[in-house]
Every structure is written in C-alpha cells, then in structure tokens.
Write a protein that binds this ligand. Structure first.
Ligand code: SAH
Ligand code: SF4
Length: 344
C-alpha cells in the first residue's frame, strides 16, 4: 500500500526520509514542490533521481480534480464536482462574501448518518477522505477562482466527526506554513452531534469554529429526521456544546433547517429558545431544500420571520441564512446526484 505523501507533515516526512537513508533537508524541498502544485515527482528538479524513484515507488499524490462546474449567474457561487484518485466523486461549493472567498468542502464520499432531509445521507457511504484530499479540494477551487481562499467550512458531503483523525490532521496541516496557511479561526467544522468527538475536539482547544446541526428542539422530533439522535440525544449534544464554549471561549453555531409543518411552529421556536437560552451561540435558520424526495417544503417567509422573532425576543441570536447559488441547486449532496445521472 502506497503512502499518501500529501497528508504528511514536515516532521513525519523528515522521519520517513531519514529512516530510508535520505538527507533530512530533502523533506522541506519535497513539501515546497507540493505547495507549488507539482503534479508529480518528475517535476522536482532539485531532488536526486534516486529519491524521486523511491518516492514514486512508495508514495502517491492525492488529488481532487474538477470534472464539472456549475456557475451561478446571480452571485458568483460555483459548485464543483471533484474526482478523487480512485475515481470516487465528492462536491464542493465556492462562495463570494464581502470579506473574501469561502469554500465548502467534503470530508467523506457519502455519509452513514442518514438524515432524512439530506441528499448525501440518502446516497449511502463509500469511504472517508484523507487530509490531503480535503486540502486538494481547497487548492483546486482556489486555482479555478484565480484568487486566494480565506475561509473554509467542512459542510459538504460527509460527517467530519465520523472521520475524526483525518479531519484533525487536515486542520493542523492546512493551517501550517508548509501548506495553505489558512488559520484555524477561518475554518468551521460542522457536525450532526457525535458527542464523544465533540468533547475530544473541545479538549484540543484549536480555535476552530464549530457548527452543530440541531434541526429540532426535542428528542422525539429530532430522532424523526436525524437517526444519530437516538445514539446521542439532545441533552448530551447541548452539554457537549457548552463544554466546547467553556474550553475555547468561542461562540458556537447551531444549524436549524426550517421544514414547513415539521419543525417551524411557534411552539418549536419557543422550545428551541428555552433550550439555548443563555448560551454563547448563534442560530442559522436555513429554509430546507427539498432534495430527498421526502416531500419537505421550505417554511413560508411569514413562518421564517415568526420563528426568528421568537428566538430574538428570548435573547437567542438568530438569522435566516441568505441562500447563495439558488439558480444552481447549491445544496448538500444535490450536485453529485445530478452530475452523476450519466453525464460526467
Ligand atoms: N455532516 C455534517 C456536515 C455536512 S451537512 C452535518 O450534518 O453538520 C452540512 C449542513 O447542511 C448541515 O447543517 C445539514 O444539516 C445541512 N443540510 C443537509 N441537507 C439539507 C437540506 N436539504 N436543506 C437544508 N440544509 C441541509
Ligand atoms: Fe450526513 Fe450531515 Fe447529511 Fe446528516 S446532514 S446525512 S450528518 S452529511
């Protein structure tokens, strides 16, 4: 089995090269070529042929090659379909904000969590991504945009905390000078609430943003749409969220998809307000995208406003999220499904 060289940090590559009889300083040279987007070892002209041969025999270059794009005419949002080295596909989205470019990347091919509103959850699970495959998505999007990407969200396909070790490796690597040097404060991880990993993540005190997909204020309704709730109920998710706030002093975000007639009544807003009252948090309300054939409909504007007003009146920060790329069906899992209906 070949090693994923782009997922190695400087210390690991140095150890690997010296153990195999090469000079220590070669590691820095190799990483510098990788940072300059070398497409293979042949391009590494200051590396001796013996080392180049050794590396191509024992390691491989991970990639996330853009094979399709959809560009919004409304707001500059771009959706990408990336192909990985083994032919699997994942998707990503590039968004333009006034503070710069932000990219949403995938952490797994598919997802095991099975949320009923989510197209990724409906598509099954194939495998987890390595750290280098997460970085490759950012770099491919950056090259396509021709501009530096300043913010990253792990909100594409997959559950980041079901791929915990690779996600932590990614965070450490991408923020280092040897890689893209994107600071942790500019990265947000989104989870459906894998409680033990939320606690581990808090203990690392990484200064990285955390977003928790809540979507319902009580166990009965959350378990209806998010099977993971049967394993980790709301009270535990909230306790873990409070622990993260305590450990990092950072505000947490809660995602709440507004589904007409399912979780958008005044009563739901009131119980959500009671649940989150006094917490250092922000609630992102997202009118649900009907992508799974489950018949979910977006809440009406009137209900969206009523919901946000109840939260605000109770002192809970909340906003209805602006939808970007609405003309290119920019919602989790939708791109790949449409793209792979035979036209890739
Ligand atoms: N697995 C992680 C991150 C990927 S999903 C998580 O669940 O948090 C990214 C976000 O998109 C989550 O908040 C998820 O709940 C939301 N989402 C998925 N399908 C959606 C849909 N059809 N409409 C609105 N939001 C959706
Ligand atoms: Fe997985 Fe997140 Fe989709 Fe749920 S919402 S199925 S956790 S990707």
């Amino acid at each position: 089995m070949k090693l994923d060289i782009k997922s190695m940090n400087l210390d690991e590559l140095t150890a690997y090269l010296t153990e195999n009889g090469f000079e220590k300083f070669r590691a820095k040279q190799v990483l510098s070529w990788i940072k300059q987007d070398a497409s293979g070892f042949d391009e590494m002209t200051n590396i001796p042929a013996r080392l180049r041969d050794f590396l191509s025999e024992n390691t491989y270059f991970a990639k996330a090659e853009i094979v399709r794009t959809q560009r919004s005419k409304l707001d500059g949002t771009v959706k990408f379909l990336f192909q990985l080295y083994d032919g699997e596909y994942v998707e990503g989205v590039l968004m333009r904000y006034h503070h710069g470019l932000s990219v949403c990347i995938s952490t797994q091919v598919g997802c095991k969590m099975g949320c009923t509103f989510c197209a990724t959850g409906k598509s099954g699970f194939s495998r987890s991504l390595t750290a280098s495959e997460m970085i490759a998505q950012i770099r491919s999007a950056e090259l396509d945009a021709g501009e530096r990407i300043s913010n990253v969200v792990l909100m594409g396909m997959g559950e980041p905390f079901d791929n915990y070790d690779n996600v932590i490796r990614f965070l450490r690597l991408v923020s280092s000078e040897d890689s893209l040097h994107i600071g942790m404060r500019h990265i947000t991880v989104s989870t459906c609430g894998i409680v033990p990993r939320m606690m581990d993540f808090a203990d690392l005190q990484l200064q990285c943003g955390l977003s928790v997909s809540l979507h319902a204020p009580d166990d009965a309704s959350r378990s209806r749409t998010m099977p993971v709730n049967r394993r980790y109920p709301i009270s535990e998710v909230i306790d873990a969220s409070k622990y993260y706030i305590k450990k990092t002093n950072r505000r947490i975000s809660f995602e709440y998809a507004l589904i007409s007639g399912e979780n958008d009544s005044d009563e739901y807003a009131q119980s959500l307000a009671a649940l989150l009252s006094g917490m250092l948090c922000h609630v992102n309300l997202i009118p649900v995208n009907n992508v799974t054939g489950a018949g979910y409909r977006k809440s009406t504007i009137k209900r969206q406003n009523a919901f946000v007003n109840i939260l605000s009146a109770a002192g809970v920060n909340a906003t209805v999220r602006r939808t970007l790329g609405s003309d290119i069906d920019a919602s989790c899992g939708q791109l790949k499904r449409n793209f792979t209906k035979g036209d890739v």
